[in-house]
Design a protein. Structure first.
Length: 122
């Protein structure tokens, strides 16, 4: 049953990632991978919010929303690939900015999501 919860969450998260990535990237005429950057930050915010709620105590909801939805919404492999491509094309500063920015924004978004959820539950 657990695998089904993960699959259901992923069935929503993966297309959501694709659509959000394309929508964001279409608005930026840049080599920087803004679409992936934004979906990873959004997924981190959502996972932080989930962790900051009483829902985090439910293993079923953690599997559905945390592992399934957020796992499919965010993408480490695409982040890695896009960073490698920036480096190969000579845009080393943008590659380094993508790594540092993704780490800082992802962690910050997770903390913000947790803080907001805990504050609302308050």
């Amino acid at each position: 049953m657990n695998w089904l919860l993960v699959a259901l969450g992923a069935a929503v998260g993966a297309p959501l990632r694709y659509l959000a990535d394309r929508a964001v990237q279409a608005r930026h005429d840049s080599v920087f991978p803004w679409g992936t950057f934004v979906v990873n930050a959004a997924g981190s915010l959502l996972l932080g919010a989930l962790a900051g709620t009483a829902l985090a105590g439910s293993s079923s909801l953690r599997l559905l929303l945390g592992t399934g939805l957020c796992g499919a919404l965010t993408t480490y492999s695409t982040f890695s690939y896009e960073t490698l491509r920036l480096t190969e094309r000579g845009w080393r500063f943008l590659a380094a900015a993508n790594v540092a920015g993704s780490l800082l924004v992802g962690l910050g978004a997770a903390v913000l999501g947790m803080d907001v959820a805990e504050g609302l539950a308050g």
